[in-house]
Ligand binder design. Sequence first.
Ligand code: COA
Length: 372
Amino acid sequence: MHAAITGTGVFTPSETITNAELVASFNAYADRWNAENAAAIAAGTAEAKAHSSAEFIVAASGIEQRHVIDKAGVLDPARMFPSFAPRSDDEPSLMAEIGVKAAQQALEMAGVSASEVDAVLCAASNMERAYPAIAVEIQALLGTGGFAFDMNVACSSATFGIQTATDMIRAGSIRRALVINPEICSGHLEWRDRDCHFIFGDVATATLLEREDLAKGAHFRVRSTRLATQFSNNIRNNNGFLRRSHDQMEDRRDMQFMQNGRKVFKEVLPLVSAHIAAHMADEGLRADDLSRLWLHQANKAMNDYIGRKVLGREPGPGEQPNILQDYANTSSAGSMIAFAQHSSDLGQGDIGLICSFGAGYSVGSVIVERRV
Ligand code: COA
């Protein structure tokens, strides 16, 4: 029994921030901070904040803009953080709201009604609250049956969710599952940190997986999945439910996303290249058998490197689509945006590979085959 991806959805917030807008706001913030701390800077007890640069951002990452849910809060030099209006318990939570929008697109694409779905997995880097699970709220808002649960594997949440759903479908415990990735990265990015203030954006993606014999039209058979993790502190966020027991929490930089970007680069590239090579070898696939790579969207140079390594040559136009120039890094949703937006042209029997990687470290690869 095979599982198949029959529907995908991408909810894209309407507001965008270009690199130029982001840098203007960061530099205004830095100037204010330097003025407020002029005495300490002059005394040598504080270091002046340097300006950011749009040229650096695009050269170092390939990112040109990002979508966010609240542009005004992020760009306000006196705030530098999104402003999300508080919601009562009777209103949908923000993650559930955007997750539902992506899920509805996936259901529509597959011609499936919500009541036919047996499981909802909300798989994302952060959860808006501890419980009840966001997935259970999405289940109620959509009107799906069965059960729902949250899972978090940072940037690999989507592929880990796809393997989980695929395994349940193959085992026969469910017929259909929605894997939903609402990634509100603006809420865990430190917009006042020049080294990383440009890297994230907001989005929600959804993937509908079905038992293949139930698919109503063209779809992607999940040929196989492979997951791996290896502990690392190089991407870390210490925020969590015990945080109130820490002193001076508001001043703690480690309560937001932190990374040692250079080390991540150096350590994750070989990990991912070896992971994909082993997965393909076990599936009896050679580079020439792959029509497309949908990679995690963090850094263009990183993706170019992985593409060359996997294919053994320079990827041709469209073979390894990037969306990070428009969305920035959207954590687990990135490879799924690339898949959703750049897959419908593939023909019968074409094979492609979705691969995510990030904090943990974690790597997840999904080999799919187009069936029309
Ligand atoms: N504007 C201008 N200059 C900047 C800058 C900014 N916004 N941010 C950093 N710089 C400077 C640094 O100060 C440094 O200067 P120095 O050489 O004088 O010390 C120089 O640019 C290089 O900084 P570095 O942090 O080494 O840049 P980088 O080339 O490694 O690029 C990343 C940074 C984050 C884009 C890159 O490391 C990356 O993408 N890493 C992988 C990230 C990843 O996959 N993370 C997973 C998260 S889910």
